[in-house]
Design a protein around this ligand. Structure first.
Ligand code: ASP
Ligand code: MG
Length: 466
C-alpha cells in the first residue's frame, strides 16, 4: 500500500492510516509512505536557499523540526520507549540536514546533494509512522526500511528510473525474509528515493512514492500474488478534468494501456512510470480514497480492457500548450531536419507533447508546455540550422490540446469523423491533428478559448449522451 503525504499530517490521519492497515493485516503487508504533507517543498526550499547562502535556512530547518516534533508529541505517549527513540532519530536527522546545508554553501550546488536533502522527508515520516505503529499495541510490530537499501536506480538525479532486476535481487534478499518471519506484522518502506550502484541517494521525481510501491510489487510478484493499493485524497481516475468539464464520472475499471494515456494527458493521479512497472508483471492495482476507505467507488487498474458500449473512456486536455510550426519549402531536400529538430529539443530537456507532419513535408508542427515556449523560441532562432532563412518559425502560445481516449476506438470506424463533426458543428477550429498508431487516442490542437467548450461537447457526444 502506498500512503501519500496527506495520510500523514496529524493525529487524525495517522489514526486513519492505522485503521486501514489493521484491516489488511491478515495478509502480508508492506506500506510505502511519502513525506509528511508539505515537507518535500520545504526541503527543496531549504536546498535552494542554502545555495543562495541565505540566512533563512536555519528558519526553514527549525520549521521542519517543529512540524515533526509536534506530530511525535501528539501521537506517541511520552513514557513509551518509542517516544525517545523517535525524538533521537529526529534530532540526528535534523543535525545531518543542517550539515548538508553547510556543505551546499561551501561546495558548488549539485543535483545529487539536492536528492540527499529531499530524501529526509520520507525518512522521517516513515520512521515516525513505524514507531507510532509499534507504540499503539504491544502485540503489533513493524520494521522500518530505508529504500536506498532496496531500490537501485540510474544516475538521473531528481528523476531517476529504477533498474528493476537489481531491485529484485535486493528485495529478495532483504524484504522476503522479513515477510516470511512471524515476528514482524508490517514493513514500512520509505517512498520516493533509492540509490545508485555507487550508493548515492537519488529521487524518483515528484510523486515518486507511487513508483516505489509499484517497484516493490514488481519485485515480489514472482514469489507472491501481489496487489498495490494507492491511497489518495481522490476517488480514483475521472473521465475528464473537473476544472474543465461540467460533468465527470469515476472510471471504475481501466486497463493499464488506457491509464497510461490518461496519465500522459494531464491526469496527475499517479506517477506515470508506475503504471508501466505494474503492467510489466500484470499487477492489479487500485486507487482508493483515503477519506472514504469503505466505499466501493474506486478505480481498479487491470491488464484487461473493458469492452462495452462506451468506446471512449475519457476526454482529457492540456489547457496550457504552445504550438510550434516549422515551415520550409525546401524541407524535402534538407535531410535530417526532423532528427536535428528533436535532438536539439531533447538535448535541452524540452518535453514534446504532440507531433504532426504534413505529408508534403512542408511543415512540422509540435506541441510543448507553455512554460518552455521562450526557451524553444530562443533555441530555434539561434540554431545554426533552423535560424537560417530556409525556415519560418511560428509560435502560438494560446493553444490547448484535447485527447479523446479509449482502447475501444481500435478498429472502430467513424470515431475520428464524429469528433471532427462535433468540433465543426460547434464552430471550433482544429489546428492540427495526431493519432498514435496504437489507436488508443486521437489528439488534436485547438485555440485555448475553445478548450472548455470542446471538452464539454465531446463529453456529451461520446460519454454522456443525455
Ligand atoms: N514527497 C514526494 C513529493 O512530494 C514524493 C511523493 O509524495 O510521492 O513529491
Ligand atoms: Mg506527496
Amino acid at each position: 500500500m502506498k500512503f501519500g503525504g496527506s495520510c500523514l499530517q496529524d493525529t487524525k490521519s495517522f489514526e486513519k492510516t492505522t485503521q486501514i492497515i489493521k484491516k489488511y493485516l491478515n495478509q502480508k503487508l508492506i506500506i510505502v509512505t511519502s513525506a509528511i504533507k508539505g515537507i518535500t517543498d520545504k526541503l527543496i526550499d531549504f536546498y535552494t536557499k542554502s545555495c543562495e547562502e541565505a540566512t533563512e535556512c536555519d528558519f526553514i530547518i527549525e520549521n521542519i523540526y517543529n512540524i515533526h516534533k509536534k506530530i511525535i508529541d501528539e501521537i506517541i505517549d511520552e513514557p513509551k520507549l518509542e517516544y525517545n527513540d523517535t525524538l533521537d532519530f529526529l534530532d540526528d536527522n535534523i543535525e545531518e540536514l543542517s550539515q548538508l546545508g553547510r556543505i551546499v554553501r561551501l561546495l558548488r550546488p549539485s543535483m545529487d546533494i539536492q536528492d540527499i536533502i529531499v530524501s529526509y522527508g520520507e525518512r522521517l515520516s516513515t520512521f515516525i509512522f513505524s514507531q507510532y505503529f509499534n507504540s499503539i499495541d504491544k502485540d503489533l510490530k513493524s520494521q522500518f526500511i530505508s529504500s536506498d537499501e532496496i531500490i537501485i536506480t540510474d544516475e538521473n538525479f531528481g528523476n531517476a528510473l529504477p533498474i528493476l532486476d537489481e531491485c529484485q535481487e535486493l528485495v529478495e534478499k532483504k524484504i522476503v525474509p522479513i515477510l516470511e518471519s512471524d515476528l514482524i506484522d508490517l514493513i514500512c518502506v520509505t517512498g520516493y528515493y533509492g540509490s545508485t550502484k555507487n550508493k548515492k541517494i537519488t529521487t524518483l521525481g515528484r510523486g515518486g512514492t507511487d513508483l516505489t510501491a509499484a517497484i516493490l510489487a514488481f519485485c515480489l510478484m514472482p514469489k507472491y500474488n501481489t496487489k498495490v493499493i494507492y491511497w489518495k485524497d481522490v476517488k480514483g481516475f475521472l473521465n475528464a478534468d473537473p476544472k474543465i468539464s461540467d460533468k465527470t464520472d469515476l472510471l471504475r475499471q481501466i486497463s493499464y494501456i488506457e491509464a497510461k494515456e490518461l496519465a500522459f494527458f494531464g491526469s496527475k493521479v499517479l506517477h506515470p512510470v508506475c503504471l508501466d512497472v505494474n503492467e510489466k508483471r500484470d499487477i492489479p492495482s487500485e486507487i482508493r480514497d483515503f477519506n472514504n476507505p469503505e466505499t466501493n467507488e474506486f478505480t481498479s487498474i487491470t491488464k484487461e480492457i473493458v469492452r462495452n458500449d462506451k468506446k471512449i473512456k475519457a476526454i482529457t486536455s492540456i489547457e496550457r500548450l504552445t504550438m510550434v510550426t516549422i515551415e520550409s519549402g525546401t524541407m524535402i531536400s534538407l535531410h535530417g531536419t526532423v532528427s536535428r529538430l528533436f535532438s536539439l529539443l531533447g538535448d535541452n530537456n524540452i518535453n514534446i507533447k504532440f507531433i504532426s507532419q504534413s505529408s508534403s513535408e512542408n511543415n512540422i508542427t509540435f506541441g510543448i508546455d507553455l512554460e518552455d515556449s521562450m526557451k524553444v523560441s530562443f533555441l530555434l532562432r539561434n540554431s545554426e540550422f533552423f535560424g537560417k532563412q530556409w525556415f519560418s518559425i511560428k509560435i502560438d502560445n494560446d493553444i490547448s490540446l484535447i485527447a479523446v481516449i479509449g482502447a475501444g476506438m481500435l478498429q472502430t470506424p467513424g470515431i475520428a469523423g464524429k469528433i471532427f463533426t462535433t468540433m465543426g458543428n460547434n464552430n471550433i477550429n482544429v489546428r492540427a491533428i495526431a493519432q498514435g498508431s496504437s489507436e488508443l487516442n486521437i489528439t488534436f490542437i485547438i485555440e485555448r478559448k475553445d478548450c472548455k467548450k470542446a471538452v464539454n461537447v465531446l463529453y456529451t457526444a461520446f460519454i454522456n449522451q443525455n
